[in-house]
Design a protein around this ligand. Sequence first.
Ligand SMILES: Cc1cc2nc3c(=O)[nH]c(=O)nc-3n(C[C@H](O)[C@H](O)[C@H](O)COP(=O)(O)OP(=O)(O)OC[C@H]3O[C@@H](n4cnc5c(N)ncnc54)[C@H](O)[C@@H]3O)c2cc1C
Length: 344
Amino acid sequence: MPKKALKYVIIGNGHAGNSAAETLRKGNPEADIVIISSKPTHYFDHSLLAAFLLEKKDITTLYLYPYTWYKEHNIVLRLNQTVTRVFPDKHQLMLSHNERIHYDKLLIASGAKPKLPESLSRYRDLFTVFTDAVDAMKLRERLGQVRHVTMVGGDSVGLHLAGSILKLGKSITFILNEYNFWPLEYDESVKNKLIGCLKKKHIEVIADDLTTEIVRDGAGINVMTKNGKIIKTDLAFLTSGMVPTLDFLDGSGIDMQTGILVDEYLHTSAQDIWAAGECATVYYPELKDYRQTTGEINAKLLGSVSARNMLDEKVPVSLGEPGKITIEGEDFITYGWKGFSIDL
Ligand SMILES: Cc1cc2nc3c(=O)[nH]c(=O)nc-3n(C[C@H](O)[C@H](O)[C@H](O)COP(=O)(O)OP(=O)(O)OC[C@H]3O[C@@H](n4cnc5c(N)ncnc54)[C@H](O)[C@@H]3O)c2cc1C
């Protein structure tokens, strides 16, 4: 009887998941490879989303591979399907429509979502998020009616977005606090340098204060701070960093901290399950410690390393090169991010 092909299942259609699928296909031409994604949209580069707001381009121009790529590489792409449970003992996972899928080897590459500080959780519906192609399409349509936006937090997604919003002639307020600047290398002097650069760009910066309340005010929004400031704005963006997307792992028994804990080979605590990209908290031998990973460069690197280990190579991770974000000619170091400039 011919040997049955191994079935590799990947949760996540981002940089980590696609980089892993490509590496798996190169290493095993016969295997069954399935990518599952909760999003309806295809794999694209998030770093292009801010520029997309300035252009008339169709969203499909942001896709990194055409749909035909998956067919040519014999990779099954299941979009708009959410994994709700993982059963490591049975080598199975469950989708929201109750279908169970068997895997021989599983990669979790479920990325991260915007962090909503607990004190603001009741205002969830008043925030605008900018995380994917659907958000970008909606925002581009809406920006014509917008004059002022507020960034609640000052993370790198907010900085990237601010570059485009400034070019569209809108005004911006950043409310910064100690949770912000994810994933910038950060200390008091970096904070002061960043505040100085943002102000030179005519961005209002409210530092060392805290957003406490958000209320609707006619067609706009009022954002209130602990020190009594009221910012009248059209959109309040949630830009306070990201947290790994792990809800579907409840009850799986897989060890997690901030993200899924993996060893230097990106293997989780469960047999035949690996994790890569922004959902993973990785043990780096160079640091002799764990680090939460972020950014496109990291996600691609970890996706490919995890796949090589799923193919039974024994490849340890190494730290990627840091990237830099440029504002008013000054550079700010980021971990794992492909850098960008908001000056151009
Ligand atoms: C607006 C924006 C701009 C950015 N700009 C840059 C930049 O300039 N440079 C840079 O380096 N990085 C940038 N980033 C960060 C970068 O996009 C991420 O670091 C990278 O995408 C992480 O890749 P990933 O594969 O780990 O996760 P993601 O790309 O987030 O992919 C996660 C995948 O998991 C799927 N998923 C999650 N949960 C489930 C579930 N339960 N069931 C099924 N599927 C699930 C999602 O649908 C998605 O397909 C930016 C991010 C944003 C949002």
